[in-house]
Design a binder for this molecule. Structure first.
Ligand SMILES: Cc1ncc(C[n+]2csc(CCOP(=O)(O)OP(=O)(O)O)c2C)c(N)n1
Ligand SMILES: [Mg+2]
Length: 1004
């Protein structure tokens, strides 16, 4: 059968140009193979063939303009399967069980029910007998038919109640008791005696390490109280749950709470992974071999995996990590091995917007590979987290509301008999009503205080504990310190499917520290324990050290053949190895062949485009390279259309773990919104923090998943570094490899959007991150050379750097790459053009981004109208030039007797005359950075001040970076340098109507 391939619906565009023809007559093509690439003034998109077959005729060529319905090619022997059916096919495949359930419920609840007026819940039990019957019925169902039947019935009853208009009590929270009832707790198979000893040694060594460091200098700091509260939470995980990476398994990923780092070192010491010498070098890292204060992969690249200490970043990065793991599995790049992501965070830390900001995404994406453990020691740095409330209940409400499986671990086993004996419900009532401030005070003030303040409120409760001593009461433990309760919760979390789990554990800050810091407001910063405190701590945990050893703050490590060390090592062996440990088995990605970038090296002639479009075309080309294509991870926070990337939607699909349950409104269109389980694009919605977390997950996949990925996160540059700067810093720490693209960059280039949108400083922020390599290219060939090198350096040569490249939305034509420019493009500057022999005076004119074009235009005017010659330098990276300048200067200062080395800037400028005039679309400090590295007079111009909306022309005039200002200021600078009389400048100011009275833009 013969078929015509025509241009499908391409949205609002008409008469768009064909820029590539990707097939020729005689080619055998498959359905969805691209035929041509179309380019409008905003975006480029490939047109796929709706059929497979052999191309018998081509009706178009490069440069032709086509619209919807234009004939592109003819096919012979084509199969009749048409493109639009693919959606229907998908739809039947990806069934939606949820919809079916909802439908059943809906029809069932349509039964007629007698409507009654809504009434608030009655406070008093007017018929206790009836209440008892209901409860007994429920218990009978639980016993006879199991909890799932009981839940079903309750849900049914609740639905009926809603239909009847009843106001039901708030169900976001459950009573202030453990979620898992004692009878349902799965018992730990471990040897509790040995585990207790191991935990005691770890506690001791962690505290000793901090105290020792502070003996050297109190400048060093450190924390004891955080780990003291969390030791059991970590130990149970280490002994029983967390599986390490090895040749057979990808490994669970554990995000440790930053301030609990001492505990991880202390365990690694017992495991024989860290030496005593290393412990003694806690927080002393300047000479190699020290231990970093907190988890920092940059400083301990074989140990730490995740930088977590800037609070809030760990939780959200971990959520997107769990999501990215599913993405890799759903895209067929990774095996599903049931790996889990565990995240530890403090209760105070949950106040960070980032901590809870993405919990609804975790539930929506059904991330049952994710387990949060919130260590609720009820305190933060200054005092209680919720003195007047209950952080555990508040968190339960938030997580349950978001759709998480919530496991509260509030009370330890010593409370079990009391709860059982409490027939009146008063104990639970009391537990519910006491606020955290009181709970904290109770742990600080001892058993008698608890008897009076907690149990003393009701005679029945006082009676309940009448046979207990104050010491017994004091021993009533919190769930987070009870290994049995913690084990049961972790076990349940591991089994849970369909949603993420949060274990909310109640603990005591500074547990075991006694007067020196148990449950007191100053616990967090306690880092010095005196002799008495140390002796108390030793006794509290039965650490077998003599008084003398305690006074010397010795570490305790039993012999290698002791039962404790053998047990500890055996447990880790069973779980596949040690944790944390950082490694990479990823294989590099072969850099794409040159021809993928070749078309960008040529002039675009009259054709105008933006560097954003050039980049998007580059990515489209890269999707044709078999090595690179599957590894590309385009990440966009709801701006694909802004950047002309909507063509990616259909071409590679948007990742959606449930596929697409609806027919998209634009399904007929070429760029239709296609969501699919194997989708490649991460369309994040409006969350820069989320998108950045996705980028970090992908950019560190080489170590966390042993697969090299190439994330390209494209964002509004204004909403980049300044919005998520701390994540970018963490990315540097984590040794991320990938591209950050600051699109719509430049204070005057974004024009209409105004003050909050126009970026004139992101490069300064990027320059602060040591392993971030940044560029502000002007022309498409610069972008191509930079991007190609980024792929080579990061993903083929595995350098631990990441790229920040700005891309603009201004359309202009692009010249051909000057011969031999590659090296300079990458180093940061190259000679773009020279005006010679016109005049005697010369300037060194530098520019970057779109403002380089103003400089080029100014050079022409200066040459033609004022007889001033210029060397025009395209400065692709002031940041890279500065790095080179600093390093060379340092070397020269260190070696005053040696021959002076020249920085790259000096080499470029040494044989060239005249002052430097530097102009960019960024604040002056961007170009000022290279001032120290040339002895030429230096004048910089930039866009200091708040942006505002107007046309590009007006904005450039306002910020004084248009060609007219460049000309006038250059002439004035030449006058100042006494290379020219001042009349020329005066003339130019007049000619261009430059208002000398206008205030400096930072003041406007
Ligand atoms: C973003 C950020 N802000 C502030 C700090 C300083 N800081 C370190 S720990 C801490 C208190 C932590 O309290 P919590 O989260 O409850 O942890 P805990 O030590 O009680 O387990 C603060 C304010 C930080 N590390 N990161
Ligand atoms: Mg806390």
């Amino acid at each position: 059968m013969n078929q015509n391939i025509i241009v499908p619906d391409i949205g609002d565009f008409d008469s768009v140009e064909i820029i590539e023809v990707l097939v020729k007559v005689g080619d055998q093509i498959n359905k969805d193979d691209p035929i041509v690439t179309l380019e409008s003034d905003k975006s480029s998109v490939e047109v796929p063939s709706p059929f497979s077959g052999k191309i018998s005729e081509l009706r178009i060529k490069i440069g032709d303009k086509v619209s919807k319905g234009s004939l592109l090619a003819k096919l012979e022997n084509s199969s009749s399967e048409i493109r639009d059916r693919s959606f229907q096919k998908n739809q039947t495949k990806e069934k939606n069980p949820q919809t079916e359930v909802n439908l059943t419920i809906a029809t069932e609840t349509k039964k007629s029910v007698k409507k009654i007026f809504a009434q608030p819940t009655s406070k008093d039990d007017i018929d206790p007998l009836e209440t008892k019957e209901w409860i007994e019925s429920l218990n009978a169902v639980i016993e006879n038919d199991g909890p799932s039947r009981a839940s079903y019935l309750l849900n049914k009853v609740v639905s009926e109640a809603y239909t009847a208009g009843l106001v039901l009590p708030d169900t976001r929270t459950t009573p202030y008791i453990n979620t898992i009832p004692t009878e349902l707790e799965v018992k730990s198979p471990g040897d509790q005696n040995i585990e207790k000893k191991i935990r005691a040694y770890i506690r001791w060594n962690a505290a000793a390490m901090v105290v020792r460091a502070n003996k050297i200098s109190s400048e060093l700091g450190g924390h004891i109280g955080t780990f003291a509260s969390a030791a059991t939470l970590y130990d149970v995980g280490m002994n029983h749950f967390w599986r390490a990476k090895n040749k057979d398994f990808g490994g669970d990923l554990i995000y440790f709470q930053g301030h609990s780092a001492p505990g991880m070192y202390a365990r690694a010491f017992l495991e024989g992974r860290l030496s005593e010498k290393q412990l003694n070098r806690f927080r002393q890292e300047v000479d190699l071999g020290g231990l970093s204060s907190y988890p920092h992969p940059w400083l301990m690249p074989k140990f730490w995996q995740f930088p977590t200490v800037s609070m809030g970043l760990g939780p959200i990065m971990a959520i997107y990590q769990a999501r990215f793991l599913k993405y890799l599995i759903n895209r067929g790049l990774l095996k599903d091995e049931g790996r889990k992501i565990w995240v530890f965070l403090g209760d105070g830390e949950t106040d960070e917007p980032e901590s809870l900001g993405a919990i609804s995404l975790a539930a929506r994406e059904k991330l049952d590979n994710l387990i949060f453990v919130v260590n609720c020691n009820l305190q933060r740095l200054d005092g209680p987290v919720r003195g007047n409330g209950k952080i555990i209940q508040e968190l339960e409400g938030s997580f349950r509301g978001a759709g998480w499986n919530v496991l509260k671990v509030i009370w330890g086993s010593y409370w079990d008999p009391l709860l059982k004996a409490d027939k009146t419900g008063l104990l639970m009532k009391r537990m519910n009503e006491v606020v955290d401030g009181e709970y904290q005070a109770m742990k600080a003030k001892g058993g008698a205080y608890v008897r009076e303040k907690f149990f003393g409120k009701h005679p029945e409760l006082k009676e309940l504990v009448s046979s207990m001593t104050d010491n017994d009461i004091w021993k009533l433990n919190r769930g987070g310190h009870d290994p049995h309760k913690v084990y049961a919760a972790y076990h349940a979390a591991m089994q849970h499917q369909g949603s993420p789990t949060v274990v909310i554990a109640k603990t005591v800050k500074g547990y075991g520290m006694g007067k020196s810091g148990e449950s007191i407001n100053t616990t967090h910063q306690q880092k010095k324990l005196d002799e008495q405190d140390l002796l108390y701590y030793r006794d509290r945990f039965n650490v077998p050290l003599t008084d003398e050893q305690v006074k010397n703050i010795e570490y305790y490590k039993p012999a290698e053949d002791s039962e404790e060390i053998k047990y500890l090592k055996e447990r880790r062996k069973q779980l596949g190895g040690f944790i944390p440990e950082r490694s990479s088995l990823a294989t590099p990605i072969k850099a794409p062949p040159k021809d993928i970038f070749e078309s960008f090296m040529k002039s675009t002639g009259d054709k105008e485009m933006s560097t954003t479009m050039a980049l998007v075309r580059m990515l489209t080309n890269l999707l044709r390279d078999k090595n690179v294509a599957p590894r590309l991870v385009p990440i966009i926070p709801d701006e694909a259309r802004t950047f002309g990337m909507e063509g990616f939607f259909r071409k590679i699909g948007i990742y959606a773990h449930e596929g697409q349950k609806y027919e998209p409104e634009d399904s007929e269109q070429l760029s239709s919104y296609k969501e699919t389980k194997s989708g490649q694009v991460l369309e994040e919605g409006i969350t820069e923090a989320g998108a950045m977390s996705s980028w970090i997950a992908a950019a560190t996949a080489y170590t966390n998943h042993d697969i090299e990925m190439i994330p390209v996160y494209i964002f509004y540059s204004m909403f980049g570094f300044q919005r998520v700067g701390d994540f970018a810093w963490a990315a540097g720490d984590a040794q991320a490899r990938g591209f950050l693209i600051g699109a719509t960059a430049g204070r005057t280039t974004l024009a209409g959007e105004g003050l909050q949108h126009q970026d004139g400083h992101s490069h300064i922020l990027a320059s602060m991150i040591p392993n971030c390599v940044s560029y502000d290219p002007t022309f498409s060939y610069e972008m191509a050379v930079i991007f190609r090198e980024g792929l080579r350096r990061m993903h083929e040569k595995n350098e631990n750097i990441f790229y920040y490249i700005t891309a603009m939305n201004e359309n202009y034509s692009h010249p051909e790459k000057p011969e031999g420019a590659d090296e300079g493009i990458l180093k940061g500057m190259y000679l773009f053009k020279e005006y010679k022999n016109k005049g005697k005076i010369k300037i060194q004119l530098m520019g970057s981004g779109t403002i380089l074009r103003e400089a080029i235009a100014a050079a022409k005017i200066l040459s033609e109208e004022y007889g001033v010659d210029s060397d025009i330098w395209s400065v692709t990276s002031f940041n890279e030039l500065r790095k080179d300048g600093m390093e060379v200067e340092r070397k020269n200062l260190l070696n005053p007797n040696e021959k002076k080395e020249k920085s790259y800037i000096e080499k470029c400028l040494e044989k060239r005359d005249g002052p430097v005039i530097a102009v960019t679309d960024y604040v002056r400090s961007f170009s000022d950075q290279i001032r120290p590295y040339t002895d030429k007079p230096f004048y910089s111009f930039g866009t200091d001040g708040f942006g505002r909306s107007d046309t590009r022309k007006n904005l450039r005039k306002f910020f004084e970076v248009d060609k007219e200002h460049i000309v006038a200021y250059t002439l004035s600078a030449l006058a100042k340098e006494q290379l020219l009389g001042s009349e020329s400048a005066q003339k130019a100011f007049k000619k261009y109507n430059i208002d000398k009275e206008k205030p400096f833009p930072t003041k406007l």
